[in-house]
Design a binder for this molecule. Structure first.
Ligand code: R5P
Length: 277
């Protein structure tokens, strides 16, 4: 039985279809004071439950904890966190800061396994108290492109593996830039010579939030004569005017998966999740 978080309804439906298993009835309710409650009727006697729930917001995380609680009578509960919110705060960057990813992982109890998709820093998986693994969406992302031997570039060192895997799927080659974060919405990307002249380039990152990282990388590639530049990511967080800003920066298209369900979520990770189950 697949149980959907409210922010992963399409993806959970696709996983259920792909596996040919039932999708549980779920009710997401809200009290007048803003507190929320989930209800998952019909789980009596269900042996195995898979909760599919991205957590881009605080309330979706609380909802996830409630979903797991509502499923606790099942013999086995597997949790799929397609997008794990707070995963970027994976260490104490300044003295005294909370390590949010640690707090989030510690809050998830009583599940038999956790799966994430291209989580920002895979070492955070060690903080779950059950077996946890990270799935790779690069193959699914590749389905969105029909390009002739593109150059695939990650805008910083963190997405090098993702860029390499995507390049392999697209019969292209990969490279990476170097980024320094100045503030929450300001980054600097060092110029670096890439073989971009006259080529289609796919910039790929685990997520696009403000789009600042991608915009800086687009500038570097434009300066080097790239033909068309695509901005691809697994998780389209897309804060504020990120999409407008990317098109204004000259991007050909913004492409993402459905770990977060947005207008640019053109490809699905349902197959990757279904195969892993
Ligand atoms: C951080 O290192 C991530 O991999 C992304 O590069 C970052 O979250 C993108 O953020 P933004 O779109 O705000 O530049």
């Amino acid at each position: 039985m697949i149980v959907a978080g409210s922010r992963s309804q399409v993806l959970a439906g696709r996983v259920a279809r792909s596996l040919g298993v039932p999708l549980a009835e779920v009710r997401y309710e809200e009290f007048p004071d803003g507190e929320r409650l989930v209800r998952v009727p019909g789980l009596d006697g269900v042996e195995r439950v898979v909760v599919v729930a991205s957590t881009p917001t605080d309330s979706s995380y609380v909802e996830l904890l409630q979903l797991v609680d509502a499923c606790s009578d099942a013999g086995e509960v597997n949790l799929v966190l397609p997008y794990m919110g707070y995963s970027r705060q994976d260490k104490e960057f300044r003295e005294g800061e909370a390590v949010s990813a640690h707090a989030i992982a510690r809050g998830v109890r009583d599940v038999d396994s956790v799966s994430t998709v291209n989580v920002h820093e895979p070492s955070v998986l060690d903080w779950f108290d059950c077996p946890a693994r990270d799935l790779d969406a690069s193959g699914a992302l590749a389905d969105a492109f029909d390009l002739d031997s593109p150059l695939v570039v990650s805008p910083d060192g963190g997405a090098v593996d993702l860029a390499r895997n995507l390049a392999d799927s697209l019969d292209g080659d990969s490279n990476h830039l170097r980024k320094t974060r100045v503030s929450g919405d300001e980054v600097e990307v060092e110029p670096k010579k890439l073989s971009a002249e006259g080529r289609d380039v796919v910039l790929v990152d685990d997520m696009i939030s403000t789009g600042g990282t991608m915009q800086e990388a687009i500038r570097v590639l434009d300066d080097q004569g790239a033909e068309r530049v695509y901005a691809a990511c697994v998780h389209p967080v897309l804060a504020g005017s990120a999409v407008v800003d990317l098109y204004r920066a000259g991007v050909e298209e913004v492409v993402a998966t459905d770990t977060l369900e947005t207008a640019v979520s053109r490809v699905s990770v349902a197959g990757v999740i279904a195969d892993s189950l």
